[in-house]
Design a protein around this ligand. Structure first.
Ligand SMILES: Nc1ncnc2c1ncn2[C@@H]1O[C@H](COP(=O)(O)OP(=O)(O)OP(=O)(O)O)[C@@H](O)[C@H]1O
Length: 597
């Protein structure tokens, strides 16, 4: 040990003298730096590389303790060899190469790194790929899977071309399906077209699961179907058919199509109320519908503006018979026991007090009274934020007439009679229909004709239109000549525009009433949805439309003479070609074939 230590060099000068050959330039191996310095130097590359020589070199611990470790030529060579071998391995998997700083920049390394990743990803992706890749969804899935598997960060993520969501036209049970037009507590309501009659319909779609979850859900739906099946009145929404598709777990109720509800009409008004004439027209139709229902021994129990639909010819249709009750024919009065409905529209006998039973017909008349109050004033006679307070208010607070609108003595009298807390004194439907305010007439332009004009300016697109365009634009008129329900309908080619249900695809198509001329003249506005103007600010005689120089727009439905107009020489006038001819054709088609009753 001692002998060894005495002969071992202890300074770098001695090391150089003892172990380096004379050919070696002095200073090529520098004194060992501190750890941090070594790290820095290592990062710089091979030229400045300092070899931290193994302290166990030769198994001599003392040498380490007593001074810097001896640096032998073969140790240096081995270290260099080992380093090179490492480098080879790293280079071979293409991950990085940190020893060629003199030829590579940081950017080069990053590019190489990314390229390496790309190659690996590509090979992985090829594992996933199968020929032919059937559709975009599968490709998107594969891309996501690969990216997830590779755990790439955002920079290295390969962007997949975003999918264009294409909705293929859908046929089911003889109907071409459109978009959602309403949402209820039981499910959605969609617009469809009966492909046999080309009639617009509304379909209420209910899932078995949801019906099971709602307390009494199935019973309500069954009862609604049973009641509606027996009804046929112009002021009651018509149930066309019912079917279910067990594999989908859904039940469908097909109704006549309506353009909206009275509630929507109110909501479109800035003042949230209608004119007295409009309210009168709606109320009259409501009472006619109620009178029919009561004559059939049915209490609706949920009369409110939201459950009054407006058909295409603006007939009021009572809908939503989910809580309606069929009163037994063996019962003399309209006694009901099950309290249902919307709190603000419920009568005192239902919400306050402890009656075992109540008169269902009279309860409907109370709700009709609240509806009338709401139509004319936009307010509710009994309103509280908290349910219990509301019930208390309905039961105890006196009726106060609305202050925001002038109420005639006749209307006030009718409201008092309808909103009588004593249901025995309350007006029945027949009483109401003989009341002076009910039988009064109002100027024509304050009735529903005026509402109709304003409704024309609303956005009510035919939601199946994109599907129709996708199916038939640029193809023959097979739709009209094909066998109805023929499977060919599904396979028609080409689907030129994909049938996306977005308004941008059809910026010009806004209104059912639009004529081919309207379309030829260009869009009605700059693409913004048109807000229905207030009834109080619009003149009633000239409906707003794409008029130039103040002339009235073309009537909603063109007569045949107008369509076949001839010029002075008896020749048929060549119509200006519309931008989208098919759109115009379909618009006409559905205008003339859509029925409302
Ligand atoms: N025949 C129809 N034509 C057009 N739209 C309709 C038709 N029936 C219903 N709708 C729309 O769908 C919405 C929901 O319909 P409906 O009230 O029948 O469903 P619901 O599940 O019984 O709703 P809720 O019990 O919550 O009132 C309606 O507010 C209306 O906007």
């Amino acid at each position: 040990m001692d002998g060894q230590s005495s002969s071992s060099p202890t300074t770098s000068a001695e090391v150089q003298q003892k172990f380096l050959t004379p050919d070696d330039a002095p200073g090529t191996i520098e004194p060992s730096p501190s750890d941090s310095e070594a790290k820095q130097l290592n990062q710089k590359g091979p030229k400045n590389m300092v070899l931290n020589v193994d302290a166990d070199c030769g198994g001599n611990d003392d040498a380490f303790e007593e001074g810097p470790a001896p640096v032998y030529r073969d140790v240096v060579d081995k270290a260099i060899e080992r380093r090179s071998a490492d480098r080879q391995v790293k280079m071979s998997i293409g991950v990085y190469d940190d020893n060629d700083d003199d030829v590579e920049t940081e950017e080069d390394r990053r590019v190489q790194f990314t390229e390496g990743l790309r190659r690996i990803r590509q090979s992985k992706q090829e594992d996933f790929d199968f020929e032919p890749v059937e559709n975009d969804v599968i490709r998107q899935f594969i891309s996501n899977e690969v990216n997830n598997a590779m755990l790439f960060n955002q920079d290295n993520h390969i962007d997949f071309t975003p999918l264009i969501k294409r909705k293929q036209p859908k046929f089911l049970e003889g109907y071409l399906w459109g978009a959602v037009i309403g949402n209820g507590s039981y499910g959605k309501v969609k617009e469809v077209i009966d492909i046999a009659t080309l009639t617009r319909r509304a379909v209420k779609i209910m899932k078995y699961d949801k019906l099971r979850k709602i307390s009494g859900g199935w019973d309500n739906i069954r009862s609604e179907m049973a009641i509606l099946r027996r009804l046929n009145h112009r002021n009651v929404v018509r149930l066309i058919e019912v079917f279910n598709i067990p594999v989908k777990g859904k039940v469908y109720m097909l109704f006549e199509y309506c353009i909206g509800s009275v509630q929507q009409l109110i909501d479109l008004e800035p003042a949230r109320r209608l004119t007295i004439g409009e309210s009168h027209a709606i109320f009259v139709e409501l009472c006619q519908g109620l009178n029919y229902l009561h004559s059939k021994r049915i209490s609706h129990k949920d009369i409110k503006p939201g459950n009054l639909l407006l058909s295409i010819d603006l007939t009021v249709k009572i809908c939503d018979f989910g809580v309606a009750e069929q009163i037994s024919i063996f019962q003399e009065d309209g006694r009901c026991t099950k309290v249902n409905g919307t709190p603000k529209f419920q009568p005192p006998e239902c919400v306050y007090g402890n009656q075992v039973a109540f008169d269902g017909y009279k309860a409907d008349m109370w709700s009709a009274g609240i509806t009338l109050y709401n139509l004319v004033s936009g307010k509710y006679p009994f309103e509280r934020a908290v349910l219990l307070k509301l019930y208390e208010c309905i039961g105890t607070e006196p009726l106060v007439m609305p202050k925001n609108v002038p109420i005639t003595a006749e209307l006030e009298d009718l409201l008092i009679k309808l909103l009588d807390k004593d249901f025995e004194q309350r007006y029945s439907c027949l009483d109401t229909m003989s009341h002076p305010w009910f039988v009064a007439t109002f100027p024509e332009d304050e009735g529903l004709g005026r509402v109709m004009e304003r409704m024309r300016t609303g956005t009510r697109p035919l939601t199946m239109f994109p599907s129709l365009i996708a199916l038939y634009e640029g193809t023959t008129n097979d739709f009209l000549t094909d066998d109805v329900g023929n499977a060919n309908l599904y396979e028609q080619e080409p689907l030129v525009c994909g049938g996306e249900l977005d308004s941008q695809t059809f910026p010009n198509f806004k209104y059912l009433e639009q004529t081919p001329q309207d379309l030829a003249d260009g869009p009605l506005d700059d693409g913004e949805p048109v807000r229905r103007p207030s009834s109080r600010s619009m003149p009633t005689s000239a409906p707003p439309g794409p008029t130039t120089s103040g002339t009235a727009p073309a009537p909603a439905i063109q007569s045949e003479e107008q369509e076949d107009a001839t010029d002075g020489n008896g020749k048929k006038k060549k119509k200006k070609k519309p931008d989208r001819p098919k759109r115009g054709i379909f618009a006409c088609l559905f205008r003339s074939r859509t029925e409302s009753a």
